[in-house]
Ligand binder design. Structure first.
Ligand code: NAD
Length: 429
């Protein structure tokens, strides 16, 4: 199927076999084929509208001048200003940023927020930089992209190795240049500078909401549901805590230091206290140690991969026993595992739906900044719940209609919305 669309496209990017984002584009192609996208629209949606490379020179603490590569890719802005994180990584490539930007277009479209997709970053190793050097890189990178960023144009957010402080420096640099305080130019800011209540927990909360919705669809009550969570960082720990509060029994958790299993249920609050104090799960005594591979293959109703990409592959998909996989991480399932999971009847709630709670509350932050009026936490959470449940129902119905997995259903929904908008707006000039 996918080949027939691809073969129409001379010069379509050939993605590296090892590139996890190839997995994403493989699903895009399947959805595009089902939608019957014309070759022109297909080509339009596959390509980013803008790719910017900037040199970021700074004076290091020892007086030397060093120049870093900075990138910003706007994949699509047909539905609104582009939205997407900024990552600092020594291995960053333009191809990676391009693929991540496309991912954001589909994610924003699935949850129906009025943003396009973007991504950016600087090729640098923050662990080798001082705080002053990091601030200089951030401010110079922002200054180079002043014509790109803006509340109505392109709105960055934190991603790998960037945080609230870096968003604060971006906001300040932009504000100094436009000569007014412009909080809406970035999201994921500290609360004091216009961040939103509930943003930190938003992705894990979204994972909880769609997991409970999927459980209801397949006739399971939280009280009779076991949950296993891989990754105990922002997404995994909040997801585990909220699912546990909803009545589920979390029997397995892991982080980079290893896994813990307890058939009677892990005390998530105690695990969180341990991680707050020690930084990692290692040494937490609330269960027996278990390997990363064993954790993924535990007998459970729900598995939440919330660590990193390509954890479920054709190698281990056959051993997964969960009835529902809720993808907290981006790209935790390689496309090679899709058919195996589908044949086993496992319901996979795809990343572009399951972890979209984060970008949804980023959108809320942007709205609050533009209103200059801040919402209480219960309002943020109830609006997030409404957005996530509407998206879940839309994806479920789309998948049923086309007799495909939820993942392909989500891509069909997302691509259809973007391509319909394109058709209505038309191609300028
Ligand atoms: P984080 O750095 O806070 O946590 C990552 C966790 O995964 C840590 O506990 C780490 O120890 C663990 N981990 C790393 N490698 C592991 C391995 N091999 N096995 C088991 N555990 C491992 O990151 P996060 O913000 O929670 O993000 C996790 C994933 O969710 C990423 O894929 C990210 O892109 C995605 N995501 C995050 C957000 C967000 O708002 N934070 C939004 C959307 C998607």
């Amino acid at each position: 199927m996918a080949e027939s669309v691809l073969s129409k496209q001379e010069g379509a990017p050939i993605l590296d076999r090892q590139n996890p984002f190839e997995s994403m584009m493989a699903r895009f192609d399947v959805a595009a084929e089902i939608l019957g996208l014309s070759p022109g629209v297909y080509e339009y949606l596959r390509r980013p509208v803008k790719q910017i490379i900037v040199s970021v020179p700074i004076q290091m603490d020892d007086g030397r001048i060093k120049v870093f590569d900075g990138y910003r890719v706007i994949h699509n802005e047909i539905r609104g200003p582009s939205k997407g994180g900024i990552r600092y990584s020594p291995d960053l490539t333009l191809d990676e940023v391009k693929a991540l930007a496309a991912w954001m277009t589909w994610k924003c479209s699935v949850v129906n927020i009025p943003f396009g997709g973007a991504k950016g970053g600087v090729k640098c190793d923050p662990s080798q930089l001082t705080r002053v050097e990091l601030e200089k890189i951030t401010r110079r990178y922002t200054a180079s992209l002043l014509d790109v960023f803006g509340p109505d144009r392109d709105v960055p957010a934190p991603d790998m190795n960037t945080n609230e402080q870096i968003m604060a420096w971006i906001m300040d640099t932009y504000s100094m240049h436009v000569k007014r305080t412009e909080t809406a130019v970035v999201t994921g800011k500290p609360l004091l500078l216009g961040g939103s209540l509930g943003r930190r927990e938003a992705t894990g909360r979204g994972v909880m909401i769609v997991t409970l919705a999927a459980l209801e669809k397949i006739g399971f009550r939280p009280k009779e549901t076991r949950v296993v969570v891989q990754g105990f960082g922002n997404v995994g720990s909040v997801g585990a805590q909220l699912l546990s509060e909803a009545g589920c029994r979390v029997i397995g958790v892991s982080d980079v230091t290893g896994g813990i299993y307890n058939s009677s249920g892990i005390d998530i609050d105690a695990a969180l206290r341990w991680v707050k104090e020690h930084g990692v799960l290692n040494g937490f005594g609330g269960g027996e140690p278990i390997s990363q591979d064993e954790l993924l293959e535990l007998d459970t109703e729900v598995l939440v991969p919330a660590a990193k990409e390509d954890q479920i592959t054709s190698r281990n998909a056959g051993n997964i026993k969960a009835k529902i996989i809720a993808e907290g991480a981006n790209g935790p399932t390689h496309s090679g595992a899709d058919a195996v999971l589908q044949n086993k009847g496992i319901v996979v709630i795809p990343d572009i739906l399951a972890n979209a709670g984060g970008v949804t509350v980023s959108y809320f932050e942007w709205v609050q900044n533009r209103q200059g009026y801040f919402w209480p936490l219960d309002q943020v959470n109830s609006r997030l719940e409404r957005v996530m449940l509407e998206a879940f129902d839309a994806v479920w119905s789309c998948a049923e209609k086309h007799k495909v997995t939820l993942r392909i259903g989500a891509y069909i929904l997302a691509i259809d919305k973007v391509s319909q908008t394109l058709k209505m707006r038309g191609i300028y000039a």
